[in-house]
Design a protein around this ligand. Sequence first.
Ligand code: GLU
Length: 290
Amino acid sequence: MTQSAKITTRFAPSPSGDLHLGHAYSAKLNYDFTQQHGGTFILRIEDIDHLRCKAEYEQSILDDLTWLGLKWPTPIRRQSEHFTDYQTGLEKLIKMGLLYPCFCTRKDIKKEIDESSRAPHMRPKLGPEGILYPGICRGLTTQEQQQKIAAGIPHALRLDMDKALSLVKEPLYWTDLKTGEQQADPERLGDVVLARKDFPTSYHLSVVIDDHIQNITHVIRGQDLYYASHFHRLLQHLLGLNTVTYDHHPLLITKDGNRLAKRDKSITIKSIRESGVGPDQLDAIFKEYL
Ligand code: GLU
């Protein structure tokens, strides 16, 4: 980010369910930050997953955020309308030789992990979100890849993390709003999927491209995406995109220690506003879950 860039934050929900209290907390942190600094708050709809996203959820997101008192510029960017931007990014990484097709099903991956767990010398690597992809398709020859593609076996595209890191000559850093400069540790996520089998991009790829295109300066999001930020710094470097300042806020949790989930209807913003609670009471409610 350049010093003179105007502070711009974004709230980027996926319309795959109603917003819950945790989303409202995140949206408000982004909004309040821009209010304090004379910046712009952007709403972006992350709807690349056509199987899970629905127009009715997008409408309810707009209703919830309006009820919260937030305002954003229009038109809103909907990821589903920008697949060509993500394609350009993918092509760049393909030209750099950093992607490989992965034909694995979940079952194939589980089988490989189960087998290697039994062999002590090849224990599967653990990442922040579970066991990392064990690299089954990484070593396929071009001929093997072409045969599988010709046979119509669906494939995703994965980043070859080792190859990508070999192109990074100096350590990468990102700025954390609270703690300052952090050295990026993208390796923790392994060979991340950048284009899925069912649609030609992924959360990680789309989000860094959108943040760049929309001149986002500050990404304020949940602690669950802490390692995603390390990985996003690598993607920004490889694709020559702007960097941003990150802040990771605590996640709201229930009394029994569980993270709030979209399927839990009682804590949706919709149910809260329909119960007669006012938006001014939300800060007190957040505290019960923090
Ligand atoms: N669409 C993502 C989500 O709902 C956004 C995450 C982010 O802020 O980068 O979790």
